[in-house]
Design a protein around this ligand. Sequence first.
Ligand code: SF4
Length: 298
Amino acid sequence: MQIPELKFPEYPFSPILGWSISRFEMFDKCKRQYFYQYYSKFVKDVPFYKVAKLKELTSVPLEAGNAVHDCMEALLARLQKSDSKIDEEKFFKFADDKLREYFTKKTFIETYYGQAEKLDIDTAAEKVRVCLENFLGSPCCSWLYMKAMTNKTGWMIEPPGYGETRLDGMKAYCKMDFLFPVGGEVYILDWKTGAKDEAKHSAQLMGYAVAANSNFSIPWNRIFPKIVYLYPQYDELEISFGEQELAGFFQTIRGQTEEMYSYCRDKEQNLPHDISKFIPSPSPGLCRHCKFQELCGL
Ligand code: SF4
């Protein structure tokens, strides 16, 4: 079977909230944090610029991850143009420059909330380098050289937009890092620089498979999504699924979406109930990494 040209459908704008794994994760962990993140314009008694500024805070692990993703995007774009050998030292220098640029331009939770006097750029830079080294030495990289190169025009590297899709008719977001056809099959790869979380990442892979099926009309048995872990060592996560797993997945997404709807006074327009319904769930591990701790008086 020949895979058709991969093209994301364009959905007309709709205000209703869309499920995503990260949205529900935040909703599940702390409703107040969820309110600040997704309904910031409804925060009263705090100037909007203040909430907007807090929303933009980032963290050292997040920016190390961003730098790796940007470098992987650049690497794939380069491979798409030419499969000649990568100059690794030049590539690592590019990564280092990118990371240092982010560190100068952004405001970090660690220093904003006084958890650290200064940012440890060197440790973050080392992590980025290890991630990229792990990838370049991985079976996945060799496999890309051997197999994926056969149809480079069909590659989708960091597709634009937020990955809007429909899962069993429900609005959802599933943003993939890299999607490419090989023969009559489609492979989806997602890079991770953090810890392996099999339950969460398996759901993410299922979302990718469903999105590829519904967006591109590709049969299930020809879609192969995979998580590629780049730190501290190389690892992979793949899933196998059938009709039963899919039905369970849709049921879970529907249940989670309904739960989030229940915090809306108008779900079609995605208007939230009053902030008082969004009860804070403080815990030291969560609050320490929360951008909004100042608003919680912590
Ligand atoms: S500081 Fe803690 S309780 Fe407050 S919003 Fe953040 S995670 Fe929730």
